[in-house]
Design a protein around this ligand. Structure first.
Ligand code: GLN
Length: 474
């Protein structure tokens, strides 16, 4: 049976034992080169699952980013600090998938604690890009995106704090949906920055993303920030005509390190939308240039607080040969955290410390509001906002040694996260080096149905484009 690159929808009609056995053989074939998983179950007999014939996800394999807790299945956040940690409970997203009969076949590699844009920060080794093994898969959900692109699993669950679903989806040529903040529960997600974190699906098609969102969305009493606004059937509006749709294109997004080739793909996608009867409107999001700086103040402040709990007593790794308890705290945190986590803890405690709090954290909180208001104002004039997902295609492994250049990978995604908006990255073309390039469709709060509709119509229109024929290198 053909398994690779089949959608959830297609696989839902097939014999599930065959689907699962094909999935494990593909993982076996690809993993030595790709390393998209930190943990892989060895086969059918190990799979702990429910049967739910009513759900379309029943019997379909899925990869889960290793920052989401899975009961009795080790969860590492790709960080040494969590060595040996096995959660006693499931994250709400995981529970919902399992209740739908989904089959978790493994935990996907990512940047440690989801800090990064390339998976190079993983303490378990890098996940290269399935289109070119010398390049990164993006991050932090690089393993999740690479596993789907390489056909190891038909879909995966990633998390996005400043771009971590959308950017790797763009780098790997797959669909990545970051829902509105509060649409999907964070319970059981190892917190990075709590006011920004969002779990979401990575899939081959927009329709599959809608199918998965239908299962994972909703109010959760275990996460007080989840919204009780109505959960829609996200597959319902997919085919709505987009004639007359107003697409806002923010002028600020063309300066910020945008590669020409990405700009070309973006321009072509605008032409495609115009051909479909949509109207392109020039808009302004005036505080865009402060997006990355604001994100790296708010996010590191929250990271420094969230990582405070790892003291070698409660979870995972604990340093050996300490003199006393205080010494054990110091040693555990010194040995258990990598450079990037330490950098963020230092930055975060600095911006929160007395004397600097007002100058940095409070100021950033105010700018965050301005960035949010820019979007809200723009949505008075347009239906959706369209931007490139990332300024570049996948870069070479080792190319971005300077942390700030890595941080700039999120210039187009971090402002959207600060505003809490839903956004989806869909494949839109390829660079001259045959690397995938995605576009980002951003919508008003809780209007996932709208961005899924626009993304689906674009995907349909581009279904026969030449670049669709390109094949991964694994
Ligand atoms: N690359 C960004 C960062 O390192 C985003 C990470 C994320 O969304 N988890 O903070």
């Amino acid at each position: 049976m053909e398994f690779i690159n089949k959608t959830i929808k297609e696989l839902s009609k097939k014999d599930k034992r065959e689907v699962l056995s094909d999935c494990f053989s593909r993982i076996k074939e690809v993993e030595p080169k790709l390393h998209a998983f930190v943990t892989v179950l060895s086969g059918l007999e190990e799979v702990d699952r429910k049967d739910n014939p009513k759900s379309i996800l029943n019997g379909i394999p899925v990869g889960i980013k290793d920052v989401l807790c899975t009961r009795n299945l080790r969860t590492t956040a790709s960080a040494k600090m969590l060595d040996g940690f096995t959660p006693p409970y499931n994250a709400t997203v995981v529970k919902k998938l399992k209740d739908a009969g989904a089959i978790i076949v493994g935990k996907n590699n990512c940047d440690a604690w989801a800090h990064g844009a390339s998976t190079e920060n993983s303490d378990y080794g890098v996940t290269p890009n399935p289109w070119d093994l010398e390049r990164v898969s993006g991050g932090s959900s690089g393993g999740s995106a690479a596993a789907v692109a390489a056909g190891e699993v038909p879909y995966s669950i990633g998390t996005d704090t400043g771009g971590s679903i959308r950017q790797p989806a763009s780098f790997c040529g797959v669909v990545g949906l970051k829902p509105t903040y509060g649409r999907v529960s964070r319970y059981g997600l190892i917190a990075m920055a709590s006011s920004l974190d969002c779990p979401g699906p990575i899939t081959h098609t927009v329709e599959d993303a809608a199918i998965v969102l239908n299962v994972i969305a909703g109010k959760d009493e275990k996460d007080a920030t989840t919204s009780d606004s109505q959960v829609l059937d996200y597959t319902k509006d997919l085919n709505k005509d987009i004639k007359g749709l107003k697409i806002g294109v923010p002028k600020e997004y063309f300066g910020l390190g945008l590669f020409d080739e990405v700009g070309e793909v973006f321009k072509k996608s605008l032409e495609t939308f115009e051909k479909m009867g949509a109207e392109v409107v020039n808009i302004t999001l005036p505080h865009t240039e402060y997006g990355v700086a604001t994100y790296y103040i708010i996010q590191t402040a929250e990271v420094s607080s969230n990582l405070g709990r790892y003291d070698g007593v409660k979870y995972g790794f604990s340093a050996k040969d300490s003199k006393d308890l205080i010494d054990s705290y110091f040693k555990t945190r010194d040995e258990g955290f990598g450079d990037e986590a330490k950098r963020r803890i230092m930055l975060g405690t600095y911006v929160l410390s007395s004397g600097y709090y007002d100058a940095y954290y409070l100021k950033a909180a105010k700018v965050r509001r301005l960035i949010h208001d820019d979007f809200v104002k723009a949505f008075e004039k347009v239906d959706i906002i369209l931007t490139p997902t990332a300024p570049t295609p996948a870069f070479k492994i080792g190319e971005k040694a300077d942390p700030v250049s890595m941080y700039m990978a999120d210039v187009f995604t971090a402002p959207v996260s600060l505003a809490g908006l839903p956004a989806i990255s869909v494949p839109a073309g390829f660079s001259a080096d045959k690397l995938p390039v995605g576009i980002q469709i951003v919508g008003p709060h809780f209007e996932e149905n709208k961005i899924l509709n626009v993304a689906h119509m674009f995907e349909k229109e581009a279904a026969n484009a030449d670049w669709r024929k390109n094949k991964v290198a694994v």
